[in-house]
Design a protein around this ligand. Structure first.
Ligand SMILES: Nc1ncnc2c1ncn2[C@@H]1O[C@H](COP(=O)(O)OP(=O)(O)OP(=O)(O)O)[C@@H](O)[C@H]1O
Length: 299
């Protein structure tokens, strides 16, 4: 559905994106993660045809997106910093969207008004920050896009509204196979909603995986032995991190849970607990693998 092929971009002679290839299937919700300044916003702007890459191509629905109004008609981008015309009310902005997006759905716009409960005749810039973000979602979802691209979408939204918006997105993905890319530092929200994850670091995509595969491939293990650590314990294990706490050793190990359990059980541990890792922890360990580590991250 969205194919970003070998995209590179420089700003003022510094390289911001290096040969990035990223693929999003139709009906997928793709979480784009990365360190500050990794190039996420730049990549999203290129993916939506707002910016032009220096090399490579972005193909959406089998067509190059840049300067392609036919494809852009089905793509809505909500940026991290929102922009509305300064004097426009919600209803005026809705009219503007209706003129741009041919799939605009007035009935849905009316239904969502009940859900958000905001005054359509109020100037958007007089709303609070979180309310303005609600307006952005209200307009975006009424445009019925095939592709919805979101940069830090949950910033400033309260927990109830966040859940309502996530439900709306999931409903559109389920009902009409909308495709979504979300870039966020809020990894709990990403974990909640996304099925695929890409991690961008210093302009390169260092990982792209199905979220379930990612989670089944890395584990936190808590182990203890009666007579201290067996010397050969770590042979044949891909250990990303170790932390001894008293007699208990906490390890982050890459691999399938059965393989890890089988290997460690040979040494007859008195404690063996396999604990789930959150996306936040996986992100930290993956970033550690590319030299972006923080110390003592085990909790
Ligand atoms: N218009 C621009 N002109 C010059 N440099 C830019 C421009 N836009 C972005 N950059 C630079 O490109 C790099 C990537 O920025 P970008 O906003 O894409 O990162 P990001 O991953 O979204 O970061 P964050 O998580 O902090 O929002 C940064 O070094 C930034 O300074």
């Amino acid at each position: 559905m969205i194919n970003i092929n070998n995209v590179s971009k420089d700003f003022e002679r510094s390289v911001v994106l290096k040969d990035v290839s990223l693929h999003v299937n139709q009906g997928s919700i793709y979480g784009l993660l990365g360190s500050n300044g990794a190039g996420k916003t730049t990549l999203l702007k290129i993916a939506t045809g707002i910016l032009q890459q220096d090399h490579g191509e972005v193909v959406v629905n089998e067509q190059v997106i840049f300067e392609n109004p036919h494809i852009k008609n089905n793509v809505v981008f909500i940026p991290d910093v929102l922009y509305f015309f300064s004097q426009y009310t919600v209803i005026q902005m809705a009219k503007f969207y209706e003129d741009i997006y041919s799939n605009w759905n007035a009935e849905r716009f009316a239904k969502l008004q009940q859900l958000f409960g905001l005054d359509v005749n109020k100037k958007i810039q007089r709303f609070s920050k979180g309310m303005q973000r609600q307006v952005a979602f209200w307009l975006a979802l009424s445009a019925m896009p095939d592709v919805l691209v979101l940069d830090e979408p949950f910033d400033g939204l309260d927990a109830v509204i966040r859940q309502k918006i996530k439900n709306l997105i999931i409903q559109d993905v389920a009902d009409r196979e909308m495709t979504v890319i979300i870039s966020s530092h809020n990894l709990r929200e990403v974990e909640d909603i996304c099925d695929h994850i890409g991690i961008l670091h210093q302009g390169s995509l260092i990982l792209e995986k199905d979220l379930d595969d990612l989670k089944s491939d890395i584990h936190k293990v808590q182990i203890a032995f009666k007579d201290g650590l067996p010397t050969e314990l770590f042979n044949h294990l891909d250990v990303l991190h170790k932390d001894q706490r008293g007699s208990v050793l906490l390890c982050i190990i890459r691999g399938k849970d059965q393989d890890i359990a089988k290997h460690i059980s040979q040494y007859k541990p008195v404690v063996y607990d396999l604990l789930p890792l959150t996306l936040e922890e996986i992100f930290i360990y993956e970033m550690g693998g590319v030299g972006y580590a923080i110390e003592n991250v085990l909790v």
